[in-house]
Ligand binder design. Structure first.
Ligand SMILES: CC(C)(COP(=O)(O)OP(=O)(O)OC[C@H]1O[C@@H](n2cnc3c(N)ncnc32)[C@H](O)[C@@H]1OP(=O)(O)O)[C@@H](O)C(=O)NCCC(=O)NCCS
Length: 212
């Protein structure tokens, strides 16, 4: 059974070491790890960062996939394509990932080194949580949400499907009565300090974050 990282770009290559750790922890062979790259001219067995690059059609039903693509809508499309080919989503947890009690995480999540989910958070499918990012207590994260590196998502924040949170963004805590809500498909720019709800589809930047 192969474990395929879909996408052999920068982020895909960052996932190689955590994926190798995951295989080792499961007592599996390091050679199980491959990349998928379906772009024209790629996927012919070339080696990228020591890993063989294949096409999706080279994989067999039952092989596993991890999506290394930052755009949540593209991740959804690729997840559906992989599942239609009989592949199985693999959740990747870096060896130093920390998780508190009462956390529920959907299929196909990626937690990079230094990522944390503290307590009683609910997270949907194909969440991508880059290095040094955290999700604090009682947050509710939708499907195909992306955290770039170093995102501080404080307690009682709700983030809807396909939202993208840029590097170093800080999101103020909500309360259990009134969570802070980041709407579906919204983009929070790098370095933004989010103090209020963000409308679905909005792009916000700055401190305090405002629509661009
Ligand atoms: C907010 C964002 C989505 C806007 O992207 P964009 O539409 O391509 O915007 P542009 O790069 O064309 O910049 C437009 C203007 O906004 C400014 N700007 C862009 N992002 C900004 C940010 N995060 N904070 C403040 N200003 C920003 C630019 O300097 C530019 O200003 P100007 O018109 O005075 O020259 C993007 O800049 C961003 O922050 N993306 C997240 C990046 C990230 O975290 N990557 C992680 C990779 S793992």
């Amino acid at each position: 059974m192969l474990l395929a990282i879909y996408g052999s770009g920068g982020f895909g290559r960052e996932l190689v070491a955590p994926a190798q750790h995951a295989l080792q922890r499961a007592g599996r062979d390091a050679s199980d790890l491959v990349f998928i790259d379906d772009r024209e001219g790629a996927g012919g067995g070339e080696i990228v960062g020591g890993i063989s690059v294949r096409k999706l059609t080279d994989l067999q039903p039952g092989d596993q996939f991890i999506l290394a693509v930052g755009d949540g809508k593209v991740r959804q499309m690729l997840a559906e394509k992989c599942k239609a080919a009989g592949l199985v989503p693999f959740s990747l947890f870096a060896p130093d990932y920390f998780e508190g009690v009462g956390v529920d995480i959907g299929e196909g999540a990626v937690f990079c080194p230094r990522a944390m989910v503290t307590t009683s958070a609910r997270i949907g499918r194909q969440f991508q949580c880059n290095i040094y990012s955290y999700v604090a207590h009682d947050c509710v994260i939708g499907d195909y949400v992306t955290f770039a590196p170093n995102v501080s998502c404080n307690g009682n924040v709700h983030i809807e499907d396909h939202a993208y949170i840029g590097t170093g963004a800080v999101i103020k805590q909500g309360t259990s009565d009134k969570p802070l809500v980041i709407g579906a498909g919204a983009v929070v720019g790098m370095g933004a300090v989010v103090t209020k709800d963000v409308e679905p589809g909005a792009v916000v930047i700055g401190n305090p974050a405002k629509p661009r």
